[in-house]
Design a protein around this ligand. Structure first.
Ligand SMILES: Nc1nc2c(ncn2[C@@H]2O[C@H](COP(=O)(O)OP(=O)(O)O)[C@@H](O)[C@H]2O)c(=O)[nH]1
Ligand SMILES: [Mg+2]
Length: 266
């Protein structure tokens, strides 16, 4: 059997990761694709996700807080290390289900997931050659040019950390007007438009910083669009699937250690 396609869902707290994973898994099922939903958040209190593989079976945030007298953030950090130690058991549980796709929901606060070495070890251990990261843009932040730029940077940081193909997704499109959606689509496809909006929003811009930021955004290359979706209304899920498929089919693997080893000479 071909290796499953694995998608990790990341984004700032409240961006809609958990809701999106559930909605997308349901859409996949209705379209005839079997998925395994994985919860990687040891502190998850979600009642909607209904994961087939749940990290809480191995590591529970509340237990770690009690046992080590830690607050939720400290416990999340300790939990990431403990999950890394259990990762092969978790991978086995996923493999046993033998589905074509694996959808992984990650901890609510992105820095707890994206900035820790343990997470890189977890993702490396779980990921086969067919893995990608969906980075979810929350309209509450993406609506302003400054917020949009910050999310672009954060998405690039996640890419830098994990070295996997990225797909940027706008969530909760139902809360935006058609004009707002058009503007976000323009910012996503044209760094020049975004730069103009940044300088328009702040009348006395720090020109040097804005220019440097603009260059950085430009060098990130085209965003390949920002897929607008609404888990609430079930829109954009098919487009998201098609974009993810394209990445699985032809997406570059950015991690040099995953590159095929050169043919040995005679
Ligand atoms: N209007 C709207 N709200 C949404 C949508 N998706 C998620 N939400 C809400 O956004 C909040 C955060 O969602 P959640 O999935 O828990 O975010 P997470 O922290 O990234 O996992 C919740 O109140 C959800 O009900 C959507 O498509 N439309
Ligand atoms: Mg969540």
């Amino acid at each position: 059997m071909e290796e499953p396609g694995t998608i990790y869902f990341t984004g700032t707290a409240g961006a809609g990761k958990t809701t999106f994973v559930r909605a997308f898994a349901d859409w996949m099922k209705s379209a005839g694709y079997e998925t395994t939903v994985v919860n990687l958040d040891p502190g998850s209190e979600s009642t909607t996700l209904d994961p087939a593989v749940d990290v809480r079976e191995w590591v529970q945030l509340a237990d770690i807080q009690d046992e080590y007298g830690l607050g939720p953030n400290g416990a999340q950090i300790a939990a990431a290390d403990m999950i890394a130690l259990k990762i092969f058991d978790i991978k086995q549980a996923i493999d046993e289900l033998k589905t074509d796709y694996v959808l992984v929901d990650t901890p609510g606060q992105i820095e707890l997931f994206a900035f820790r070495e343990a997470s890189k070890a977890i993702v490396d251990a779980l990921s086969g050659d067919r893995s990608q990261i969906a980075f979810l843009f929350d309209p509450a932040l993406a609506r302003t040019a400054a917020g949009f730029t910050s999310l672009l940077m954060l998405s690039a940081t996640v890419e830098f950390r994990f070295r996997l193909p990225m797909l940027n997704v706008l969530t909760k499109a139902d809360v935006l007007t058609a004009d707002q959606l058009t503007e976000l689509a323009r910012w996503a496809s044209d760094p020049g438009e975004l730069y103009e909006a940044i300088t328009r929003d702040s009348p006395t811009p720090d020109v040097q910083l804005s220019t440097e930021l603009f260059r950085a955004i430009e060098s990130l290359g085209p965003l390949a669009g920002l897929v607008p979706t609404s888990a609430k209304e079930g829109t954009g899920l098919e487009t998201f699937y098609q974009s993810a498929q394209r990445v699985f089919a032809g997406g570059e693997d950015l991690d040099p250690s995953h590159a095929p080893s050169p043919e040995k000479g005679p």
